[in-house]
Each structure stands twice: as C-alpha cells, then as structure tokens.
Design a protein around this ligand. Sequence first.
Ligand code: AMP
Ligand code: MN
Ligand code: MN
Ligand code: MN
Length: 291
Amino acid sequence: MKYRGAKPSRGMQPVVPSAATLIDLHLHSWYSDGTARPSAVVRQAKDAGFDIISLTDHDSVHGIVEARETCRALGMTFIPGIELSVGLGDDEVHLLGYGIDAKLKTLQRTTELLAGERAQRMERMVAALQHQGLSIAFEDVRAVAGSEVLSRLHLATALMDKGLVPDRNAAFQRYIGTGKPAYVRRHLLSLREAIDLIREAGGVAVMAHPGLTRRDELIEYLVRLGVRGLEVYYPKHDFVDIARYRKVCAKFDLFATGGSDYHGSAKPDIAIGAAKMPPEEYEKLLKFISL
Ligand code: AMP
Ligand code: MN
Ligand code: MN
Ligand code: MN
C-alpha cells in the first residue's frame, strides 16, 4: 500500500499503515468526560493492538501534549483531535476536528470560553436539581470531573455516586436528559464557527456519529460548509447504518472515519477499539492534515 502521509515533524515517525493496522480516532480522556489520563488512554490503545489514535476531548486540547508524548514513546502515530458540539436549530451536531494545532491562540481562547459556559450551565443544572430536593452541590460535580470541562456525564456520575439515582442512565432519564426538569441548554458554537475554528487550526472537520444524530438531511449542508469526513464506523452503528453512510461518503466525496468514543469507566460498555477506521480511509484523511 502506498503511503502518502503528511510531513512528519517534531521527531514523530508516523506509522506506515498496512491493511492490518488498527486505528481508533475517537477517544476521551479526563480532560473532558473520560476518566483516564491521556497517557493511560494511549497505553490501553497500545495494549489493545492499536498503532494510530486520536484524542478527541470535548472542547479541550489540554490532553494533546501528554497523549502525543506517550504515542511517541510507544512508537504510535498520534492525530491531535477535538470534539466540538454545534447548535443547529434545536439539534446538536458533533464535529470532530483532526490534525489541529493545539497551540493556536484562537483555539485556546475558544475552548476556555466554552469551558466557562459549561461551568455556568452546570451551576444552573445543579440549582435545578437542588430545587427538586436533591442533595447535590456544584463541588460534587467538580470533584468527579477533575478538569474544567464539566459535562452532564460528570453530573450523572456524581448523582449515581451519591446514591440519588441507580445508574447514569437514570440520571438522564429522570433529570438531565434533553427536556428533562434539570436540563439546561448550553451555548453551542454555530456550524460555521466550529468549522472555521478547526480549519484555522490546520485541521479537517468530520461529522461525528451521524447514526446518533439522525439528521442525515443536514450532511449536504455540512459538506458545503467544509466538512470533509463522516464517522461511519462507530459502536452504535449497525451494518445497515454503515452501508448507508458509506454511500453518503461516496456521494459527497467524504472519507470515512471510525472510532470507539471511549470514555473510560464513565461508559463502561465501550472499549477502546470498539470501532475502527479502515487504513485506506486513514490515508485519505492524511491528505488534509499535516502531523
Ligand atoms: P454535555 O456535553 O454536558 O451536554 O453532556 C453530554 C454527555 O452526556 C455525552 O458524553 C453523552 O454521551 C452523555 N449522555 C447523553 N445522554 C446520555 C444517556 N442517556 N446516558 C448516558 N450518557 C448520556
Ligand atoms: Mn462525552
Ligand atoms: Mn459526540
Ligand atoms: Mn465523543
């Protein structure tokens, strides 16, 4: 297989993919709503046989240096990534940005802003839960999170740890799922803002888990605004989804990415590598980024 990789830099020796190379481009660390530190996520991926990975924390690039260093030490290829939530009407679409330069000031400013807004929103959600008579404090959520990106998944864990719900799913069902009594919508980037940010940072934008979002009619619009890939391989996509999204990729000339959306023990049923990106699709992605 011909390798058409981007320029290596900073001493990184990219893994030359073969048909057998295992690639997982959707992983979360404790810098968003995952539970493991970036080095531990990378080691687990290595142990599972993976050679090419991306860290895609929500609204954060804080884990990128550690993940990259660990990949380098273990002889793996690291793709710096991020997952951004975009508001489209009442819907939320998730974009993955790959090949971003985490040092870009605009990216750091925007992620700080988003983290601040997440904190304000969490305060309001905790207040709403207290109003319902639940004994939960903002500090409980902070303690679970351990970093500045506060997610509803952290809140669900805090509610479970305090015995206020039997499991995380019940927290969403009863209180914090969309439209439930303690749900507070947070400010989301517009599609244009998110795509421009990813591009300005030297990255390429990919629509995450379309089978979860279930707004396939939006894909053409996303492509027009600059999305170049679709996350076809995803644990919750069945073979019908995969076949459908492969067709969508062919129609709009998109590359097909894949990843597990690993969150550590916060989503215990999702293992690293639960979905993989085909090496030939990875080679298409490489044409858009430089590592
Ligand atoms: P946020 O970004 O703060 O709105 O939180 C979204 C997080 O909550 C993501 O990690 C979702 O996967 C997770 N989430 C949403 N609904 C559920 C659910 N019903 N059960 C478990 N996790 C969920
Ligand atoms: Mn998450
Ligand atoms: Mn997502
Ligand atoms: Mn994710």
